[in-house]
Write a protein that binds this ligand. Structure first.
Ligand code: NAP
Ligand code: F7E
Length: 320
């Protein structure tokens, strides 16, 4: 039975990846950070089927202990302060977790189990305002502290691959969402609002830049791409995306329409949700992942929006 260690297992992707690994017969270990509220709701259904270790990417000793206890064949580094707007407010903390956290984990793995295969959660945010479909050859030019920290982690991973011969891969994932998406990200913020408006517990929704365009896929598809990278004979860097972008405005329109509502009657523009600098459009070219990993998305934009809206209407009704 192969063993995997997942940082960020309580997050959106960590929970989908844990589902996939358990289903594929892995012994799954996860690192969970201490919080004063329940931060395990996304993996509650896996209780007893995953091994959890206290840890934090800012605490090297805790990572060493978790790696030593898990003895992993595969390590997935998904933990991050992953909110772009928050990274403008907390640039040092973001760098500590995202950039130095990757360095701490890579060192723990290099020291204790250098044969383990390592996945790093890289991001389309590293490219900044690059134009056209973005591939692995597009230069990085991040436009926020989160993206800059991810660029450091990306290069460190490449260096560990080249300098130490470790099996390290960067998945350069474009936006991916789901019914488990954090509620501060724009898609889930919209679908939660639609659900509550239907349930009669909310009437207005405040948003920032409606013109921004993102290449949105479903997280369940994207964690499968992560796993496929670690099954290759060698590590590599891969863009994972659908190849189609939509504006935030389009997402709003479809999400409200899916509930029989007109978004223009409910949405307000609030400068509090605008960023010091945004990225106008991000669209990825996942040809390499398709050709090398045999990966392609299975859930399209309309299905993604429909699933999130249906889930959040149900949730809001229960909560009401
Ligand atoms: P997420 O839902 O925000 O989850 C982040 C996870 O990291 C959570 O489990 C969180 O724990 C944990 N975490 C945060 N700070 C930590 C720390 N100091 N030590 C240990 N754990 C910590 O993010 P996601 O959407 O699942 O994304 C997963 C990874 O992919 C992240 O690295 C993100 O930057 C990257 N990424 C995401 C996307 C996307 O569209 N979703 C695209 C490209 C790359 P708590 O549950 O306790 O908060
Ligand atoms: O914003 C605009 C906002 O916060 C998307 C993370 O997973 O994907 C995510 O980063 C767009 C931006 O995601 C609101 O300005 C408008 O243009 O959902 P988001 P993100 O910043 O693209 C990348 C790939 C990651 O790696 C990150 O970890 O929507 N927008 N109004 C808004 N965004 C938010 N959050 N809230 C609003 O009210």
């Amino acid at each position: 039975m192969p063993t995997a260690l997942v940082t960020g297992i309580t997050g959106q992707d960590g929970s989908w990846l844990a589902d996939l690994l358990v289903e594929r017969g892995y012994e799954v270990h996860g690192i969970v950070r201490r919080a004063s509220v329940d931060n395990r709701h996304r993996i509650a259904h896996l209780e007893g089927r995953v091994h959890l270790h206290w840890g934090d990417l800012t605490d090297a000793d805790s990572l060493v202990r978790a790696v030593r206890a898990a003895k992993p064949d595969e390590v997935y580094n998904l933990a991050a302060q992953s909110h772009v707007a928050v990274s403008f407010e907390l640039p040092v903390h973001t760098a500590d977790v995202v950039a130095l956290g990757a360095a701490r984990l890579l060192e723990a793995v290099r020291t204790l189990c250098p044969e383990a295969r390592f996945y790093q959660a890289s991001t389309s945010e590293m490219f900044g305002a690059a134009e056209g479909p973005i591939s692995e050859d597009t230069p990085f030019h991040p436009r926020n502290p989160y993206g800059a920290a991810k660029v450091y982690a990306f290069h460190l991973c490449r260096m560990y691959r080249e300098a130490y011969g470790m099996h390290v891969s960067n998945g350069i994932l474009f936006n991916h969402e789901s019914e488990r998406r954090g509620e501060a990200f724009v898609t889930r913020k919209i679908t939660r609002a639609v659900g509550r408006i239907v349930a009669g517990t909310q009437s207005r929704l405040a948003l920032g830049n409606l013109d921004a365009r993102r290449d949105w896929g479903h997280a369940a598809d994207y964690v499968d791409a992560m796993w496929r990278m670690l099954q290759r004979p060698e590590g590599g860097d891969y863009v994972v995306a659908t190849g189609v972008s939509h504006a935030v405005r389009d997402f709003c329109e479809r999400a409200f329409a899916a509930a029989g509502l007109d978004w223009r009657e409910h949405v307000d523009i609030d400068p509090r949700f605008q960023r010091p600098m945004d990225i106008p459009d991000l669209v990825g070219d996942a040809s390499l992942a398709r050709e090398t990993l045999g990966w392609a998305p299975t859930i399209d934009f309309d299905t993604l929006v429909g699933r999130m809206v249906a889930h959040d209407i149900e949730l809001a009704r229960k909560q009401a």
